[in-house]
Write a protein that binds this ligand. Structure first.
Ligand code: ADP
Length: 246
């Protein structure tokens, strides 16, 4: 988010370097139930981001001092693989992955019916296999499908996407160059049935009008992504039903 580059991010026709218009998101792909040994799982691509999510639980919460006698806690571990970025990333947790794990856990706790499982933990593992800006959004999008795949009761499934600003233009779903050299990045996640925002971060600067416009675009993007999340779960359950009847 330097805001300074000689690179043209949006040309005079309003076209972005990957051929998108300002309001276009990158291609989405969502699959549910991709791992045999987790209680629930999902795979998501947002453009060049490739993300796996796996869920275990609800199960007894360890360490015990984290137990809440009134509800379950959602413990998310976001991990960026060494090979997910162009220069090998040092393995293991760092400040960024701890922050992302925390905000994703908080967003998911808004939709999971945690009060049904006192003292339990619902564990969510997010593995970033390939990163190109927007991994927290792809990770949260995958995690909520994995939770549904695990049969965990939720108010709704959560889609997430970023809006931002580059070359003075408000853009949907920033890619790596736009994120690195642009002026603002605003990832959001919503509860689609109410449009309630469960995650909102902002890096950089925008005017109030640009911010409002960016949020409007991101909410529309979230609704598109939500349709694909539902389709992935429907495919998963019709496959399960077929296997059951064979
Ligand atoms: P997000 O991936 O959610 O957009 P950031 O804005 O922090 O999160 O990161 C933007 C992009 O920068 C990432 O998607 C990734 O492509 C790249 N990136 C982040 N951390 C690293 C790292 N440690 N090494 C190399 N590239 C990284």
């Amino acid at each position: 988010m330097s805001g300074h580059t000689d690179m043209v991010l949006v040309d005079e026709n309003g076209m972005r370097i990957d051929g998108r218009t300002a309001e276009q998101h990158r291609p989405f792909k969502v699959e549910a139930g991709v791992l045999n040994n987790a209680d629930g799982s999902a795979y998501v691509e947002i453009g060049k981001n490739k993300v796996l999510a796996a869920v275990y639980g609800p199960r007894e919460c360890h360490p015990r001092h984290l137990q809440d006698p009134t509800k379950a806690i959602v413990q998310c571990k976001y991990n960026m693989q060494s090979f997910s970025v162009s220069d090998r990333k040092r393995p293991g947790p760092d400040r960024r992955s701890i922050e992302i794990s925390k905000i994703i856990s908080e967003a998911l706790e808004k939709v999971v019916l945690t009060e049904l499982y006192p003292r339990a933990s619902i564990d969510v593992y997010i593995e970033i296999l390939q990163a190109n800006a927007g991994t927290r959004c792809a990770g949260l999008t995958a995690a909520s499908v994995a939770l549904a795949d695990a049969g965990i009761p939720m108010r709704d499934i959560v889609p997430a996407i970023a809006a931002g600003k580059a070359d003075g233009h408000v853009l949907l779903d920033l890619n790596k160059e736009e994120d690195n050299y642009g002026q603002a990045d605003v990832p959001i996640a919503i509860i689609p049935s109410t449009d309630e925002i469960v995650l909102l971060q902002m890096d950089g600067n925008m005017t109030r009008e640009e911010f409002d416009y960016g949020i409007k675009m991101a909410v529309a993007g979230c609704h598109e992504l939500h349709e694909l999340q539902k389709d992935a779960l429907k495919r998963r359950y019709s496959k399960k039903a077929q296997e059951g009847s064979e």
